[in-house]
Design a protein around this ligand. Structure first.
Ligand SMILES: [Zn+2]
Length: 309
C-alpha cells in the first residue's frame, strides 16, 4: 500500500530520527547547543500543550530553559527541518504550578491523540514510550548493574558487562474476524457499557503474525482462521506497543466468548456496522464503537468500505 494511505493516530511522526548520526556524542552535544533546539516537556506520561486558534497544540520550549527547569538529560527525538527536537521529562509536582507556570497544561496521551494534530500526537507518543523505557530499564537485564543511556537516549549500555539494550516495542495483533459478509466484535467486561471492539493479543516468541492472529481468534472466540490480511499498524504508547491491524476470515460463525478475556461476541453485517460507527456517543442497538483514535476503528471502517481478508 502507499506509505501515507493509512495513518493511524500516533503514527506519522514527521521527525528525522537521524539514526545514522545520533550515536556520535559530539553530534548530540552540537544538537543540544543548537540555538533553535526545542523541547517537548513531559510529566507523568503527559505532554505540555498550549491553546491554539483551533484547539490546542504542543507547547515547544527552548531546550536550554527546559533542561534547566527539569534538571534532566534530554532525549533526542529527531530533526524538524534543521531544528533538533528533544523530549525533557519533568518529575515531582506539577511543573505548570512552578517552573512552567503560564506556559500551558499537561495533557494525558489518549486525549492528546484525539485533540492534537496527528504529527504532534505522534511525536508526543514517541517521547512517552522512550521515557517509559528508560524508567523501567535502569538496570542491565543480563548482570543487574545500573545501565547508562547513550545515543541521544536510543540505547542503554551496561558499564559492567558492556551489553547494549535497545528500546522495546511489544507487538500486538488486533483483528476483525469475518465470515460471509459479517464481522465479529467482542466485549471485555471492564469496558464502558455497550463498547464492543476488535479482538487482540500480544505476539509470543516463535509466532508469526498470522499464527498469533489465529491463536487469539481461537482462544477468545473459538473460531478457526482460514485467511489473514494485513491492513495497517499503530504505535500505541501504553507503554510501547505496536498494534498490527488485521482482517481475518474464519471457517464458520459459531463464535463463543471465552468468558475470561471476552464476556460477549456479536456478528454484524456491513449495514449494521455502519450504523454502529455512525454515532460515537449512542452507537446502534446498544453497541458503542471503539474510539476514533483506536486502530480497531480503522479496521472496522476499512471492512465497511470493502477491505477483505
Ligand atoms: Zn550488564
Amino acid at each position: 500500500m502507499p506509505l501515507a494511505r493509512f495513518v493511524n493516530t500516533f503514527a506519522g511522526n514527521p521527525l528525522d530520527r537521524a539514526a545514522d548520526r545520533r550515536a556520535d556524542p559530539d553530534w548530540i552535544a552540537d544538537q543540544r547547543a543548537h540555538p533553535d533546539a526545542l523541547a517537548i516537556a513531559m510529566w507523568r506520561g503527559e505532554a505540555l500543550v498550549e491553546p491554539a486558534p483551533d484547539g490546542e497544540r504542543l507547547a515547544y520550549l527552548q531546550l536550554g530553559m527546559a533542561e534547566e527547569a527539569a534538571g534532566a538529560e534530554p532525549l533526542f527525538l529527531g530533526l524538524w527541518k534543521d531544528a533538533p527536537v528533544f523530549a525533557v521529562e519533568f518529575t515531582g509536582g506539577d511543573p505548570t504550578a512552578s517552573a512552567l507556570a503560564g506556559l500551558g497544561r499537561f495533557q494525558e496521551m489518549r486525549g492528546a491523540g484525539m485533540m492534537l494534530p496527528g504529527a504532534e500526537s505522534a511525536m508526543a507518543a514517541t517521547a512517552k514510550s522512550l521515557i517509559d523505557w528508560h524508567e523501567f530499564h535502569g538496570f542491565c537485564a543480563r548482570c543487574g548493574q545500573p545501565s547508562a543511556p547513550t545515543d541521544g537516549g536510543w540505547k542503554r549500555i551496561c558499564p559492567a558487562c558492556r551489553t547494549e539494550h535497545f528500546p522495546r516495542v511489544n507487538p500486538v495483533t488486533i483483528m476483525l474476524p469475518t465470515f460471509q459478509g459479517r464481522a465479529l466484535l467482542g466485549r471485555q467486561a471492564a469496558w464502558p457499557n455497550g463498547r464492543m471492539s476488535a479482538l487482540a493479543g500480544f505476539l509470543e516468541p516463535g509466532e508469526s503474525i498470522e499464527e498469533a492472529c489465529a491463536r487469539e481468534i481461537r482462544e477468545e472466540a473459538g473460531l478457526t482462521t482460514t485467511r489473514v490480511a494485513y491492513h495497517s499498524s499503530q504505535p500505541w504508547p501504553f507503554p510501547s506497543n505496536l498494534m498490527i491491524g488485521l482482517i481475518a476470515e474464519v471457517s464458520d460463525d459459531d463464535a463463543q466468548p471465552d468468558q475470561t478475556e471476552l464476556e460477549a461476541v456479536r456478528w454484524f453485517t456491513r449495514e449494521e456496522m455502519a450504523k454502529v460507527v455512525a454515532d460515537d456517543r449512542r452507537g446502534w442497538d446498544g453497541v458503542l464503537p471503539p474510539p476514533r483514535l483506536a486502530i480497531a476503528r480503522t479496521l472496522i471502517e476499512a471492512w465497511i468500505a470493502g477491505f477483505e481478508a
